[in-house]
Design a protein around this ligand. Structure first.
Ligand code: CP
Ligand code: NVA
Length: 309
């Protein structure tokens, strides 16, 4: 039966570990010049209703490296622009391609596509979740820190990235400290499911200093996500105390790393100085989108996933 990847709830903890292991093995294999093309003859579709640099290019590059090919589509160039239903689009595309990455607004849109498609649907970002980014971020933390055995801070908006971190923490049993301004907390449905079905320790506050105390990783993201452009000014005021800057870092351990999914708005959620100080981590994080997604594509398309030892 086909598997979808709409949120990190769609994979078990063991599967996440296996994907991370496979991503590391693929990275090493390619660095050593191995010929690894299990996706020869496979075609990945990408349907994007929002802009993207990393998600689009990392999926396309990963697919080509593994021997497959891609078809990129925007809503404007498909009949979605003329209101063809997602259910018909899903059933049609399933006859041509082997998997579909979707970037859109409402999360229910990827759920609708997944319901009607006979091929795997991969969430390339919705307003609610960005699971590919957090899967890749887990890989980066594992490579940089060697474990997940410490508090991880989220400072900023309770948005799609925060939601995916909450699911990751619940799935993997992580200690996540989330600090958002009042009124910008993570969605209650995400928190409730994490509480009911998850492991881990998820702490919410409105205090960024408290969140970064003892944290080995600080994550942040833009204050106004795609689709929230009209709220930019209001959010700039509400989030003023939540900037990741040198002062905030002074409350974290010296060994802390700062992560950002990018694109960043320097001078808003993160200062230029902090971003450049952690540029090696942040661009390693961007690179890891490709390796983690290559493992995901290989698993979803041809079922390769090593057992966790
Ligand atoms: N981090 C991320 O998803 O970047 P893009 O919007 O460039 O795809
Ligand atoms: N929260 C951001 C993430 C961008 C990768 C957005 O949705 O715009």
């Amino acid at each position: 039966m086909k598997r979808d990847f709409l949120t990190l709830w769609d994979v078990t903890e063991d599967e996440i570990w296996a994907l991370l292991e496979r991503a590391r093995a693929l990275k090493k294999g390619f660095q050593e010049g191995a010929d690894i093309r299990p996706l020869r003859g496979k075609i990945l579709g990408l349907l994007f209703l929002k802009p993207s640099t990393r998600t689009r290019v990392s999926f396309e590059a990963g697919m080509y490296r593994l021997g497959g090919q891609c078809i990129f589509m925007t809503s404007k160039e498909t009949q979605l622009a003329r209101k063809e239903p997602l259910s018909d689009t899903a059933r049609t595309l399933s006859r041509y391609i082997d998997a579909l990455v979707v970037r859109t607004y409402g999360h229910q849109e990827v759920e609708e596509l997944a319901k009607y498609a006979s091929i795997p649907i991969i969430n390339g970002l919705t307003d609610m979740y960005h699971p590919c980014q957090v899967l890749s971020d887990l890989l980066t933390i594992w490579e940089k820190k060697g474990s997940f055995d410490f508090p991880i801070a989220w400072v900023g908006d309770g948005n799609n990235m925060a939601h995916s971190w909450i699911v990751a923490a619940a799935r993997m049993g992580l200690h996540l400290k989330v600090a958002t301004p009042e009124g910008y907390e993570p969605h209650v449905s995400v928190l409730n499911r994490a509480k009911l079905e998850g492991k881990g320790r998820i702490e919410l506050s409105h205090n960024p200093v408290e969140a970064v105390r003892g944290a080995e990783v600080i994550n942040t993201d833009v204050w106004a996500s795609m689709g929230q452009e009209t709220e930019q000014e209001e959010r700039r005021k509400a989030f003023a105390e939540f900037q990741v800057n040198a002062d905030l870092l002074s409350y974290a351990p010296d060994s802390v790393i700062v992560m950002h999914c990018l694109p960043a708005h320097r001078g808003e959620e993160i200062t230029h100085e902090v971003l450049e100080k952690f540029a090696e981590v942040i661009f390693h994080q961007a690179e890891n989108r490709m390796w983690a997604q290559m493992a995901l594509l290989e698993w979803l398309l041809v079922g390769n996933l090593p057992a966790v030892t």
